[in-house]
Ligand binder design. Structure first.
Ligand SMILES: [Zn+2]
Length: 321
């Protein structure tokens, strides 16, 4: 495991596997900025390997089939174009999992974007979770563990990742870039706390800066300036930025340490504004819940006018409780 913050969870997982304490159903949240996808892919290969030790051996027939992308006992399901994962796809998967493995090893199914499963699809999985066939592993990767139905969650092992602290992130970034970070880079990397891979991509200039969206929202909120006009193709970014800004306001309101803030440059004006407007953590959490709900319904239903719905939420922020 090349990412240092994933080494301990990996070691634990391998130890549990070799002592038969592994279980067959796993929820591994897709923490993109932490490298969760690579972690899960490593686990899939490990489970399919015929002679695994600390990792998949890379040499057995199963490993070679996996490397070629033609392993007959590996199945994955993912959302297409951010659409919901329907019950048909899940039924097809569970039927395949009931068949005997063709490589005399394990069968592994990986449901990516598991938060996009419809309730009916999730229910179709329950039976497989309750009565698993032998040597069958099921891995679900939702965006957040809480996105899954409680009935599913209670039947799976829930994996969590500990985010590395800022010092560890900075030393990892230094290592990756092969040089020390400049002061602006250091401040910039703080904005991606809990997401060192995203921080690295940002410092390498490989991604559009999400900070601008947050800054525009923060400015509109605190200065009674006009709100942005989200369009269909950027409205998701505005929604994510809205969530990020509300989460930051909660941190600021709770007076967490400066180094744990994602947008330290906005902290002072936000602190003054929160006091002046007498906005409580409860109010902020209420707005956050509405935003999460908006994200949830747009995933489950198509044809909604998300730009309009988001603008309506922003207007609610202006109506003080
Ligand atoms: Zn192998």
């Amino acid at each position: 495991m090349s990412l240092p913050w994933l080494r301990d969870p990996w070691r634990q997982l391998v130890a549990d596997f070799h002592s038969q304490r592994f279980g067959h159903a796993h929820c591994i949240p897709d923490r993109k900025g932490l490298g969760a996808e690579a972690y899960t892919h490593t686990l899939v290969k490990f489970l399919l390997c015929l002679e695994p030790s600390q990792q998949a051996c890379g040499k057995c027939k199963s490993c070679l089939l996996m490397a070629a992308g033609t392993h007959p006992d590996y199945y994955d399901v993912a959302s297409e174009d951010n659409r919901a994962i329907g019950v048909d796809k899940i039924r097809e998967l569970t039927q395949k999992l009931q068949q005997t493995a063709s490589q005399h090893g394990s069968k592994v199914a990986w449901i990516k974007d598991a938060h996009r499963m419809t309730t009916e699809a999730a229910n179709a999985l329950l039976k497989t979770l309750e009565e698993p066939s032998a040597n069958t592993y099921l891995i679900l990767s939702p965006e957040r563990t809480s996105d899954l139905l409680p009935t599913l969650r209670s039947r799976m092992r829930l994996h969590t990742f500990h985010e590395p602290n800022q010092t560890a992130v900075e030393s990892w970034l230094t290592q990756q870039l092969g040089r020390t970070l400049s002061e602006p880079e250091r401040i910039r990397s703080q904005q991606f706390q809990g997401a060192p891979l995203t921080a690295l991509a940002a410092l390498k200039g490989e991604m559009a800066d999400p900070v601008d969206f947050v800054q525009i929202i923060a400015y509109a909120m605190m200065n009674d300036a006009p709100w942005p006009q989200p369009k269909k193709d950027d409205v998701q970014q505005w929604l994510e930025a809205s969530l990020a800004w509300l989460q930051e306001l909660v941190r600021i309101r709770q007076r967490v340490a400066q180094q744990r803030l994602h947008y330290p440059q906005l902290a002072q004006s936000a602190q003054e504004w929160l006091q002046r407007e007498q906005i409580s953590v409860t109010t902020l959490n209420g707005w956050l819940a509405l935003c999460y709900n908006l994200r949830k319904i747009t995933r489950e239903q198509s044809g909604l006018n998300l730009p309009l719905l988001l603008q309506q939420q922003w207007l609610q922020w202006k109506q003080r409780p």
